[in-house]
Ligand binder design. Structure first.
Ligand SMILES: [Zn+2]
Length: 250
């Protein structure tokens, strides 16, 4: 028997009325839960297995998956459904988590990161671009791709006027140390972008969402964090393309 808190990050129907739910848990990574007669369960147990429900689950282990017994909802992120851009971004977050959070890579902070991002999205309390950058860069740091962002990798300079961030190497050099032309996976960043990346990667979780950047800084930060994630996870996400198509319309 497993009793655990988790967030439903995907659901898919099978058979007459059953479904599978992928659930991000604090300690066990993403687990697959089979929910029998899902479409006939009413009340709390029903809503607790919907997409983006944060619930306390009781289930039984069976091989590599789990059989759902019961659940109590803690918070259902209904508000996401009122804003299709917020929902699209949440689906991208869920997709990324499913692609990289194995039990070995799971740390309690990852569930906390997703919960916080979903809350801020639902309440529209932070710009979406900022939440996306925080999610991408903090997650990558948490699963073993933390960039070395403290000083220039050649001279150690802490606060250069401009810097060049190397996506593949996960480090930066200052303008003085750059040798030749930057390659296509190296991006020129201002000291404000550098500060923002440092904040996301290094700050204590309790202060993670407490910063502000200008639109210009956010634009570069958005390119950097997205590309950094895609390069290191080495794949594409349809949900990201969909989110992009929505934000490009404006
Ligand atoms: Zn330097």
């Amino acid at each position: 028997m497993l009793i655990t808190e988790g967030i439903v990050i995907r659901e898919r129907a099978y058979g007459e009325s059953d479904k599978f739910a992928d659930v991000l848990t604090k300690e066990d990574g993403v687990i697959e839960m089979s929910v029998k007669r899902a479409r006939k369960i009413n009340g709390n147990s029903g809503s607790s297995t919907q997409l983006f429900a944060y619930s306390k689950f009781c289930c039984t282990e069976k091989g590599s998956s789990y059989i759902f017994n019961s659940a109590e909802p803690i918070h259902i992120f209904y508000g996401l459904r009122k804003d299709y851009e917020a929902l699209a971004l949440a689906c991208y977050f869920a997709d990324v988590i499913r692609s990289c959070i194995t039990p070995a890579k799971c740390r309690p902070d990852i569930m906390r990161l997703l919960l916080n991002c979903l809350s801020f999205l639902e309440e529209d309390k932070r710009p979406k671009a900022m939440l996306k950058s925080i999610f991408e860069m903090r997650l990558m740091s948490d699963i073993g791709f933390m960039p070395d962002i403290v000083g220039c990798s050649c001279c150690g300079s802490y606060e250069p006027e401009e810097a060049y961030f190397d996506m593949n190497g996960g480090r930066f050099v200052c303008g003085d140390c750059l040798a030749g032309e930057p390659d296509r996976d190296t991006i020129k960043i201002s000291k404000y972008v550098l500060e923002a990346v440092r904040h996301i990667v290094l700050t204590d979780f309790n202060r993670l969402f407490n910063f502000r950047v200008s639109d210009k800084t956010q634009d570069v930060l958005s390119v950097l964090t997205e590309k950094y994630l895609l390069i290191h996870l080495d794949r594409e996400f349809h949900t990201l393309n969909y989110y992009r198509s929505l934000t490009n319309i404006k």
